[in-house]
Design a protein around this ligand. Structure first.
Ligand SMILES: C[S@@+](CC[C@H](N)C(=O)[O-])C[C@H]1O[C@@H](n2cnc3c(N)ncnc32)[C@H](O)[C@@H]1O
Length: 247
């Protein structure tokens, strides 16, 4: 007899601190039969799963089998078809540069029930934990979040970097460590003032959180001097020059 299909729950784990996992996300973990997890999720929360639950590490670790997105989609479907409640445990929010919607579509196409529990995105939490508000009366009335996995002049970038340079509000760049110099130079070449405040926040929400502040002209050099490594995000705009005392 074919088992009753289970379901897939896409859970946003927040930026890494287990205290920033939502109550709903924690509850889903506690009910899961199978958890497929990434490394940017709060891994200590995996201790909350029920006895006998299967944990599958699909995170990217150099030198080990890398699960492709297609393989992850197939695993979600396979476990749910076998009747399991499957949690896909991801860092931040599943739908912010997180490929959660691709996983949703794969489940839906396979006829598997799927739902999402939003998470606290690093795009908001990272700056905030560094004392940088994304908006502040008189400084910024909005924010733009973009992927920096390729630089502004790369053919694979679909970001309108001219518009980003001219937006007049806060710019948050995720996945931009490798191309930080090209991104900052590209924004200045497109009209952003080179003395615009900028900050990099690495390993936000962890005991190793590191914050570097400078300008769009100086930040790449500061980051290179320290050897900043992912995960890290960059905040560009007047708010990056604001320091909230005591935070
Ligand atoms: C693939 S994207 C996923 C973003 C995630 N869905 C979110 O909403 O936070 C990964 C990027 O998010 C940023 N990021 C995630 N967690 C972070 C953290 N704890 N500190 C700083 N940046 C982080 C980094 O820019 C990293 O390269």
């Amino acid at each position: 007899m074919t088992p009753a299909a289970g379901e897939v729950i896409l859970v946003g784990g927040g930026p890494g601190d287990p205290d920033l996992l939502t109550v709903g996300g924690l509850r889903a973990l506690q009910q899961a039969d199978v958890v497929l997890y990434d490394h940017l999720a709060p891994l200590s929360s995996l201790a909350e799963v029920k006895p006998g639950a299967t944990l599958v590490d699909v995170g990217k670790i150099p030198g080990r089998h890398q699960y492709t997105q297609a393989e992850i989609n197939a695993l979600l479907v396979e476990h749910a078809r076998a009747g399991a409640t499957v949690v896909r445990f991801k860092g931040g929010d599943p739908f912010v540069l997180g490929r959660g919607s691709e996983e949703w579509l794969a489940c839906a196409e396979a006829g598997i029930g799927v739902r999402v529990i939003p998470g606290v995105s690093s795009a908001v939490a990272g700056p905030e934990l560094a004392g940088i508000p994304l908006t502040h009366r008189g400084l910024s009335q909005g924010f733009t979040v973009v992927s920096g996995h390729v630089g502004p002049d790369h053919a694979a970038s679909t970001v309108d970097w001219d518009a980003v340079a001219r937006c007049g509000h806060t710019i948050v760049v995720l996945m931009g460590v490798k191309h930080l110099a090209a991104i900052c130079a590209g924004l200045v070449a497109r009209g952003l003032a080179s003395d615009t405040p900028a900050a990099i926040v690495a390993k936000a929400a962890s005991p190793d959180q590191l914050v570097l502040r400078g300008t769009v002209a100086t930040l790449p050099g500061l980051a290179a001097d320290v050897g900043v490594e992912p995960p890290a995000l960059t905040v560009i705009g007047a708010v990056a020059g604001l320091e909230l005392p005591g935070l």
